[in-house]
Design a protein around this ligand. Structure first.
Ligand code: TMP
Length: 253
């Protein structure tokens, strides 16, 4: 049997060549990393949960006309996606002050923001993904002004959709990160949401108790990450209610 071709391996996912040109297979690993990979563990079932959750969010976005790379789920850990040329910028949308914004600006975690704030971070692990402005992005040719306008519009539509979906299950969407890629349709370029949308890339707080249901559980040693992600999946109805992934994390460093 022929071995499939690995195109890219990241911290939490692997990309393989897809069955047709312009497609890839995205495989979700159980690895969790934080603080620029200084902390690394393998958490049983995380990849299965994120595959399902990313499918849920991306197919919901596709259904309301927000284009994403998601085509269909293949199995427990893999999904078929459109190949896109990723813009080397992480787009973060914040509704509530948390994480690096609090450190940078001296804000109290949990403070409501006057409106959703869109930020850009240059994707470079060696530099620790620094915050950059639109000026940097245009001057260094990472994206055009038109791309940026489209990226902000896409990010805010994702925010509206995700905020509403999470509100419906009693969870506050504090902030999230998306990646955006280019695809070509004839002579026209289109920007689509790529990578993943999962509790690895969002901050999700239970509205009643404030319990964190996202990767901060791992970053800050707040308990069982798989259990928190299972709770999100259970509330959204994307996993059978008896499915739990409570394997003990294997700490690597
Ligand atoms: P931050 O507060 O650390 O800047 O993170 C903002 C949001 O973006 C939070 O939901 C986590 C997410 N994020 C990622 O998914 N990957 C990253 O590399 C970073 C820096 C943030």
């Amino acid at each position: 049997m022929a071995r499939r071709t690995k195109v890219y391996e990241g911290k939490a996912k692997i990309l393989y060549e897809g069955p047709e040109p312009g497609t890839l297979v995205q495989y979700f690993k159980d690895d969790a990393t934080a603080h620029n990979a200084a902390k690394h563990a393998v958490i049983d079932g995380k990849g299965v949960l994120n595959n399902r959750l990313s499918e849920f969010f991306m197919s919901g976005l596709n259904a309301i006309g927000v284009p994403t790379h998601f085509i269909r789920r293949i199995n427990m850990r893999e999904q078929l996606i459109r190949a896109a040329e990723l813009i080397p910028v992480e787009v973060v949308v914040r509704n509530v002050a948390a994480g690096s914004m609090c450190k940078r600006l001296g804000l109290e975690e949990g403070a409501a923001l006057p409106r959703p704030i869109v930020e850009f971070y240059y994707k470079d692990d060696a530099l620790g993904d620094p915050l950059v402005s639109e000026e940097h992005i245009i001057a260094f040719g990472w994206a055009t002004q038109q791309d940026l306008d489209d990226m902000v519009a896409l990010a805010l539509r994702v925010n509206d959709f995700m905020t509403g979906v999470m509100l419906g299950v009693g969870i506050k969407l504090v902030d999230f990160k998306i990646e955006i890629g280019r695809v070509w349709e004839g002579d026209f370029q289109r920007l689509i949401v790529a990578d993943e949308i999962s509790p690895d890339s969002c901050r999700l707080w239970d509205m009643r108790t404030g319990r964190k249901l996202d990767k901060d559980v791992f970053r800050r040693d707040l308990g069982d990450l798989a259990e928190a992600y299972t709770e999100v999946a259970r509330r959204l109805g994307v996993m059978p209610s008896n499915a739990t992934y409570l394997g003990k994390p294997t700490l690597i460093n």
